[in-house]
Design a protein around this ligand. Structure first.
Ligand code: NAD
Length: 394
C-alpha cells in the first residue's frame, strides 16, 4: 500500500506466527493481572466496609482513631508475610502505611462530625485569624456553637462570653497575656480557658491569673494549612482542674491528634531548641542566599534531592508570616542566651576551618555521630523516604 507521507514506510511490518503467539500470551497474562487488580480493589472496598464498622464502634464509645501499637504490629506482620512471599518488605510497608493513613483520615472525617461535647458553645478569641478560622471549621463541623471575639468586638465581650463552655485564645503571641487579662472578668467560672500560643509558660500564668476556673494551655504543632489532624501533635500544658478540661483533650484525640502532655516550663525549654535555634538558623541561611543574590533556579537545576529538600524548608519559612517566627525567636532572654551559644559554636567551627584542621573536624564528626546514636539510622531512613517521595512527585 502506498502512503502519502514519504517518510512513512510503505507498509507496517506484519507479525510473524511467533510474534502472534507472544501477543496472545501477553494478552492472557494481562487479563490475569486485570483480574488480580479487580480483586485487590474489591478487597480494599471490603476492608473499607469493615473500617466503617470500627468507626461506628469508636464513635459510640468516643475512642481515638489512632492506635499506634496496633498499626505497628500490623505493619510488622505484613512485612514478614511479604518477605515470606518473596516480596520486598519495604514495598509492602509503604503500601500498608498508605492504606492505614487513608483509613485514619476517613475515620477522622467521620468522627469529626460528632463532637465529644456537641452543642457546647465555644468562643474563639482572634477567630478571624488563620488558626481561628481553621478551628472554627472543625468545631462547627463537629456540632459546636461557635462564637468569635476579634479585635473590634470587645464592646460586645460580655454578651459573647455569656454561657460559653470553652474559650480559645488565638491572637498574635505578643498580646496573648494582655488578652487573657482582658477576658478574665467576662468568663463564666466553670468555662475552660485555653490558648494555642507557640510559647506556653507566660500565657499559661496569665490565664491562671485571669480566670479562677479550669485552665489548660495547648500548642498545636501544625498550622492552618493542615488538611487533617491525623497524627498531628498537640502539646497539652496543664493549668488548673484537668478533669474539667478532659473533654477538650478527648475532642482533639477524636480528631486524630496525638496528645503530648508536659508542663509549660519544659515545653518552652524543649521548644527553645526545636524552634528558636532551628528557625534562627533557617532565617540566617535564607538571608545569606539573599545577600549573595544566589540564582535559586540555577542552583536547583544542579541540586541533589537532599539540597532541594533543605532549600524547600528554607523557602517554606519565608512563605509565612514573619511575626510567627519573630515571636518565637525573640521570646525570652533565655532564648537570646541560647542563640549566643549557637553563634559561639559556629565561630569555633570557623576557626577550625581557618586553621585547616580537618582532623579536628573528623574527630568532632565522629563524636557527634556517636551521640546521635540509633537516631542517625532513623534519620537516614526517614529522609531517604522523603527524598524518594520528592523524586516520585517532581
Ligand atoms: P493571625 O494573625 O492570623 O490571627 C490573629 C487574630 O487575632 C486576627 O484575626 C486578629 O484580628 C486577632 N486579634 C488581634 N488583636 C486582637 C485583640 N486585641 N483581641 C481579639 N482579637 C485580636 O495569627 P495566627 O497565625 O492565627 O496565630 C494565632 C495563634 O496561633 C498564635 O498564638 C500562634 O502562636 C498560634 N499558632 C499559630 C500557628 C500557625 O502556623 N499559624 C501554629 C500553631 C500555633
Amino acid at each position: 500500500m502506498e502512503t502519502d507521507n514519504p517518510k512513512q514506510p510503505a507498509s507496517l511490518p506484519t507479525l510473524n506466527p511467533v510474534d502472534n503467539s507472544i501477543k496472545r500470551e501477553l494478552e492472557t497474562l494481562r487479563r490475569k493481572l486485570d483480574i488480580i487488580d479487580q480483586k485487590i480493589v474489591s478487597l480494599l472496598a471490603k476492608r473499607h466496609a469493615e473500617v466503617e464498622r470500627v468507626v461506628a464502634l469508636k464513635k459510640a464509645h468516643n475512642l481515638p482513631v489512632y492506635h499506634p501499637a496496633r498499626e505497628e504490629n500490623l505493619i510488622s506482620h505484613c512485612r514478614n508475610q511479604g518477605a515470606e512471599a518473596g516480596l520486598d518488605p519495604d514495598y509492602i510497608e509503604e503500601l500498608y502505611r498508605r492504606i492505614l493513613r487513608q483509613s485514619r483520615v476517613e475515620q477522622t472525617a467521620r468522627l469529626a462530625r460528632k463532637g465529644v461535647r456537641a452543642g457546647a458553645t465555644v468562643l474563639l478569641v482572634g477567630g478571624l485569624g488563620s488558626m481561628g478560622q481553621y478551628f472554627h471549621k472543625w468545631f462547627a463541623d463537629a456540632g459546636y456553637q461557635v462564637r468569635i471575639l476579634d479585635r473590634d468586638d470587645w464592646s460586645n465581650a460580655d454578651k459573647l462570653c455569656h454561657g460559653v463552655e470553652l474559650v480559645i485564645i488565638s491572637v498574635p503571641i505578643e498580646i496573648t497575656t494582655e488578652v487573657a487579662g482582658r477576658l478574665g472578668p467576662f468568663l463564666p467560672i466553670d468555662c475552660i480557658l485555653t490558648d494555642i500560643t507557640s510559647i506556653k509558660e507566660r500565657p499559661l500564668n496569665a490565664m491562671l491569673e485571669a480566670h479562677q476556673g479550669p485552665v489548660v494551655g495547648l500548642h498545636p504543632l501544625f498550622g492552618p494549612t493542615t488538611s487533617t489532624m491525623d497524627k498531628q501533635i498537640i502539646v497539652v500544658t496543664p493549668g488548673r482542674d484537668m478533669s474539667a478540661c478532659r473533654w477538650i483533650i478527648d475532642q482533639f484525640n477524636a480528631w486524630g491528634c496525638i496528645i503530648l502532655q508536659v508542663n509549660a516550663e519544659k515545653h518552652d525549654e524543649v521548644m527553645s531548641i526545636v524552634q528558636t535555634v532551628r528557625h534562627f538558623a533557617t532565617f540566617a541561611f535564607g538571608q545569606f542566599l539573599f545577600h549573595k543574590q544566589i540564582d535559586l533556579s540555577r542552583t536547583l537545576e544542579f541540586s541533589s534531592p537532599i539540597y532541594r529538600l533543605e532549600l524547600g524548608m528554607v523557602g517554606r519559612l519565608f512563605a509565612q508570616d514573619p511575626s510567627l517566627y519573630s515571636e518565637i525567636i525573640f521570646a525570652s532572654p533565655k532564648r537570646l542566651a541560647l542563640l549566643k551559644d549557637y553563634l559561639a559554636s559556629l565561630s569555633n567551627n570557623l576557626a577550625m576551618v581557618e586553621k585547616g584542621d580537618k582532623e579536628m573536624f573528623n574527630v568532632e564528626f565522629k563524636k557527634i555521630a556517636e551521640w546521635f546514636g540509633p537516631f542517625s539510622e532513623q534519620a537516614m531512613r526517614e529522609s531517604t523516604y522523603l527524598i524518594d517521595k520528592l523524586i516520585e512527585r517532581f
